[in-house]
Design a protein around this ligand. Sequence first.
Ligand SMILES: [Zn+2]
Length: 502
Amino acid sequence: MKNGIRCLAVIMTLMLTGCGEISASSDYGVYIGAEYSELPEGISYDTLVIDAQYYSKEEVAALKENCGEIYSYLNIGSVESFRDYYDEYKDITTAPYENWDEERWVDVSNPKWQEFIINDLAPQLIEKGIDGFFIDNCDVYYIDPREEIYQALTDMLSSLKATGKTVIVNGGDSYVSRYLDENDTLSAVIDGVNQESVYTSINWDEGTFGETTKDDSEYFLDYLERVSDAGGEVYLLEYTTDDKLARYIQDEADALGYHVFISSTLELVPVEGGEKDVNQQSEAMAPPDEPVKENTTGEEKMTTTNVKDTENFYGIEFTADSDIFARIKGKSYKDDCTVPLEDLRYLHVLHVGFDGQTHEGEIICNKAIAEDLLEIFEQLYEAGYQIEKIKLVDEYNAEDEASMADNNSSSFNFRFISHTTKISKHGSGMAIDINPLYNPYIKTVNGNLNIEPANSTPYVDRAADFPHKIDETDLAYQLFIAHGFSWGGAWNSSKDYQHFEK
Ligand SMILES: [Zn+2]
């Protein structure tokens, strides 16, 4: 995304149709979270959902060459911190989005918010050439079921409908059900609904797909039947790798007259440049084992009712009351730390270990290099570049030597440069060390070699040939340099072969 940290909205759908032939239908595709360049080339759906805020008018027009209608994501119930209007509306937010640091519920009854959605944001999207809105977070009424919230949603949806564009609500069954209780048809407010997980569910802790419980499934099917009977279109978003189940869902949806998009993966391999076929790329890059969706941040990354992140490379802004901060407080974030928390980001990445397997990595760095690191680590992962460990230095009690000796790659660790009030590059999270055991820091003091980590002696001779050596021919070196970093291996007075900084 254009604005710092990668968009956390879902790319639930860099759906790999060739990879499992899960979804035969091309009538509905949801690619929220993917920029134009990340979409598969020649993408073709009768209805394609994107986040048009991040698309140009020309890009929308280009998509229309192969697609029927383009709908844009529009979040009317909450505001995410990566949006360029976040700061302006932060003061009318009401509560944190459960388990999600980057997003806050908005007081939708505030006229300032309604004015913004209807007279500013929606027109901007319409100007891009979209045909409809994919409205998210009407669940604000489920969170706060007050009359004025219901009224505010009704007012906003009516205004959006009055633009002549199609309006689809994602989730929001509490709101829609009440509206149906009080009205015979939906047509004054919406044209249809999108519902996730009617048949399939996601177990975030185990990173597996399952089936929705019978009770939940029946509840949603009843609800959707009401929507359909009231003249609403029904769109389903499901996740499974089970071909048989996928065919069953497709058949059921066809019989009911519902649109369905079935994603075979949550492991969204971002598509670079769009010049490769997404299917081929996914197979070529298929990691040796499934990434484990373990809940390393201690926070749920999304709920199935809330369209959110499913990518493996993402960044999170975190606050002093977060689980992330609890892990670094008094360690890398020392008590005298002068770097404001809002300048730091927690990154989740995947990497290929020395065992050739996929592993999850965690990094804390400065927000100024967060996007660079996400891009670099994604490219390294795709290339199969081996990095043994990417853990927070806090797992070594924030002791650099211990972390380096264990060949752990890490970034933020607050410290002042000795005898100054200047913060070191790692201290501000503007530097990162890669495979430090194989790429030591070397300095000659009075003719004596000073080596860190101490156990890296076998790798001091940089003319020798050994694996994981960073030099000018190394991919990590090339990517960091391309992103404007400088390399410690090029220093004159000392050499720090593991180190890249901005
Ligand atoms: Zn370093």
